[in-house]
Design a protein around this ligand. Structure first.
Ligand code: ADP
Length: 773
């Protein structure tokens, strides 16, 4: 169906940017380009008609004919308004579509020859009517969404009878892309134009429907916030009416503010807000409210983001360790190596350090020094005697008076999430019906688990992985195996008297003076210190030594306070007059050689000890009686010794049938600590042989070693501690298993010179050295 009438005209051209003008459309726009202004002037001089064509690219400043669409609209200029800056505002009314056939001229303005296309009246088919209605309805719906189109527009649109014009008018009112608008303009066929427009309208409606849904969702959210705000304000008003002060609300607001600002991890934040909501709903002064407040305070007080920066300068660390501790060379080296590894790889999940040694040898203070060397805060927690798992992990909040465990409390106290954390006496934890602290401890120390350590009270995870844990113990024997597996053990043995003297002189004495506020330096003689070491203390470490020096300093301080000058060097005599009578005599071995009494050496978590093992032969029927609270291993070891003796009775000069007529009684004095372990084996055997043969044992010979059924002597542990104890007791000769020869190098030279060592492989060699000929 040809519905277009064709005429050819020559008209001045104005390119449009981002604007499409349809026939009948009245619109104004600004013209700035020189050529366009000239084109308008030309038009005004004639019939005021210009040809308006849209640029394909609106950025183009001087579009050539190729940069323009082919189809445009001829329009009549209705009004001209010169604006400042040479811009002309024109009001035009579209007349009809036109298609550029050729360029008539290019300068000084462009004029083109166009073929005019005028919509021809078409037969009003049902299809066209239906299409027109659809388009009009869709447009009405469209207007419903948009609030910038006035309803009069709809009225004027509905009254249009020509289908082509209807399409053009609607197209000019809806928001379409330039391309879409051009597409409508280029649809010369009216039916096709209506169809296209309808498609575009439906598409727009779809988009707007989606937009509306999105907007509704967003609005709902905002509404909730507003509603909450409103309700809260109302609640405030009600509280005020009830005479309940504003303070309660203020407190809630403060908490809310603190929670938002604390930068808590998500789970903690949610938990805190939830608890806060509960608190907000509670009547003021309710007891549960104070439970919640305490809980919120705990959450807010934890060092979630509080870290100290590590100093990992090994040289400086060495200086600090030396500054705080005398000797301990090997231990310090091990610690420095450990720090060096951490320096190389900062997030190493290395083993936990465990310092093992008798009390008072400086385990805790080494821990403190490590913290100082790394620039971290220090916190200590003693696990000694700890039975209740809740001490570590806290009680659930349902429990009355619940509190967080000591791990969390300590972190709050130091206010750092990466302190050096010393767990003292990890060997002294025990478990009972209140749970298993060792397994809780494991969770704390295991790098796989401690990233999200969950205290029962807090019930939110806290990251312990940045904490530097150090543990201490007196012995590794009682450390639960799974814990032990995660630890790197560093042994610290007891000090010799010589070492103690140096520690006292260089460290403890100056420290005590300073701690008691004595400014001037007061000298103390070596003899005085030695007297304290020998007669006032008996220990592997220096704790009591330090305590005694402390009491000495206090006495001096009180003299100074009484205005009595103190100008002398502290001597052994002053020690006795200030500290009172000596507490200990030197631990002496048996003074004279006796039958059946042999000196053994024992290791205890408190250091080395000497012990006199006694054996007696009494009429009986071959029983072995053991007394003195011996452990099972020790009993078996005594039995093995006796069997060996029986097997060698003849060679040892013992009556073959002794076991038929006699009982043997072996007694090991209990001392302070129950003993077990195989290392008294040769001592008990020697005592039995002495008793059975009647040959006295030498009192200045001491021994340690395990015995086998065939009389072999096997190596034992704790050599250094034992030899130190022997030395203190004035022993001249120490018998050790051959395989322990290398351990002797740990013993200071000064002591090695004063003691004779005999290394043995079998019991015969032991007897040769201890029994009088
Ligand atoms: P532990 O934790 O092993 O029981 P401590 O660390 O409490 O022992 O030590 C007790 C005291 O002895 C502390 O004042 C400590 O500084 C001091 N001390 C221990 N060993 C040394 C040492 N080698 N040099 C200087 N002081 C020491």
């Amino acid at each position: 169906m040809q519905n277009v009438d064709v005429k050819v005209k020559t008209i001045p051209l104005i390119p449009l940017r981002g604007l499409t003008v349809y026939p009948y459309m009245i619109v104004h726009f600004d013209v700035g380009r020189k050529k366009s202004i000239l084109a308008i002037e030309e038009a005004m001089a004639n019939d005021q008609v210009v040809f308006l064509v849209t640029q394909k690219n609106s950025e183009e400043e001087e579009p050539s004919i190729e940069d323009l669409y082919k189809i445009g609209t001829s329009a009549k200029v209705k009004q001209l308004l010169k604006l400042p800056g040479g811009v002309v505002r024109v009001l035009v009314e579209g007349i009809s579509r036109g298609e550029i056939l050729s360029v008539q001229q290019d300068e000084p303005f462009v004029s083109v020859n166009i073929k005019e296309h005028v919509d021809q009246p078409i037969e009003e088919s049902k299809e066209i009517i239906a299409l027109m209605r659809n388009v009009a309805n869709a447009f009405e719906e469209y207007i419903g969404y948009m609030n910038n189109i006035s309803p009069e527009v709809l009225l004027s649109v509905v009254s249009i009878k020509e289908p082509g014009r209807l399409a053009d008018v609607i197209a000019s009112h809806i928001s379409l892309t330039t391309e879409q608008k051009q597409e409508i303009l280029e649809s010369l066929d009216v039916k096709e134009r209506l169809e296209k427009l309808y498609g575009m309208l439906l598409n727009e409606l779809d988009i707007m429907e989606i937009e509306k849904e999105i907007a509704a969702k967003v609005r709902k959210k905002i509404d909730k916030v507003q509603k909450d705000y409103y309700l809260r304000e109302q609640l405030n008003a009600i509280r005020e009416e009830l005479g309940e002060s504003d303070d309660a609300q203020q407190e809630i607001d403060e908490y809310r503010d603190r929670i938002e600002k604390a930068g808590l991890p998500d789970e903690a934040r949610e938990k805190a807000l939830k608890e806060l909501d509960r608190l907000a709903k509670m009547a003021p002064g309710s007891p549960e409210g104070s439970v919640i407040r305490t809980y919120l305070d705990w959450i807010l007080d934890l060092p979630w983001h509080s870290f100290t920066e590590d100093k990992l300068d090994i040289k400086e660390a060495r200086r600090i360790l030396n500054e705080d501790h005398y000797g301990l060379e090997k231990v310090k080296e091990r610690i420095l190596e450990y720090l060096a590894v951490r320096k190389l790889k900062e997030d190493v999940k290395g083993p936990i350090l465990c310092l093992v040694g008798p009390p008072g040898v400086g385990k805790t203070s080494l821990g403190k020094s490590i913290a100082r060397a790394m620039g971290r805060k220090f916190v200590r927690m003693s696990l000694g005697g700890l039975r209740d798992e809740a001490e570590i992990r806290g009680h659930r909040r349902t429990y009355i008076g619940a509190m967080p465990g000591r791990i969390i409390s300590s972190l709050k106290y130091v206010h750092s999430a990466n302190p050096v954390f010393l767990l003292d006496e990890i060997d002294k934890m025990s478990s009972d019906f209140r749970g298993d602290p060792a397994s809780a401890m494991l969770e704390v120390l295991d790098p796989e688990q401690n990233v999200s350590f969950r205290d029962h009270y807090m019930d939110i995870p806290f990251d312990l992985s940045k904490v530097f844990f150090i543990t201490t113990a007196n012995t590794t024997d009682t450390i639960p195996r799974p814990l032990l597996d995660r630890m790197e053990i560093i042994y610290i043995s007891g000090y010799t008297d010589e070492e103690k003297l140096n520690i006292a002189k260089k460290y403890l004495w100056p420290k005590q003076l300073k701690e008691h506020g004595i400014q001037k330096s007061i000298a103390i003689s070596d003899k005085a210190i030695k007297k304290i070491i020998e007669e006032y203390t008996r220990e592997a470490g220096v704790r009591n030594l330090e305590r005694n020096l402390g009491s000495l300093v206090r006495k001096i301080a009180s003299r100074i306070a009484e205005n009595k000058d103190f100008n002398v060097t502290v001597s052994a005599r002053i020690v006795e007059s200030y500290l009172g009578k000596p507490v200990y005599r030197r631990e002496k071995a048996v003074e004279k050689n006796e039958v059946g009494v042999v000196t053994g050496l024992a290791w205890t978590p408190m250091g080395g000890e000497i012990l006199s093992v006694e054996a007696l032969k009494v009429p009986g029927s071959g029983k072995l009686v053991l007394t003195g609270q011996l452990g099972d291993v020790m009993k078996e070891s005594a039995q093995a010794g006796l069997t060996y003796i029986r097997s060698k009775a003849k060679e040892l000069g013992i009556d073959d049938d002794f076991y038929k007529n006699y009982d043997i009684h072996v007694h090991v004095p209990e001392g302070a600590i129950p003993k077990d372990g195989p290392s008294a084996g040769i001592t008990m055997a020697a005592a039995m042989v002495s008793a059975l043969t009647g040959r006295p044992a030498l009192s200045d010979v001491a021994m340690t070693g395990e015995i086998t059924l065939v009389g072999k002597v096997l190596p034992i542990g704790g050599v250094k501690e034992k030899v130190l104890a022997a030395y203190r007791a004035g022993i001249k000769k120490v018998i050790l298993p051959e395989d322990n020869r290398r351990d002797v190098s740990d013993i200071p030279q000064s002591i090695r010179r004063k003691i004779g060592f005999v290394f043995v492989n079998n019991l015969d060699q032991v007897l040769d050295n201890v029994l009088q000929k």
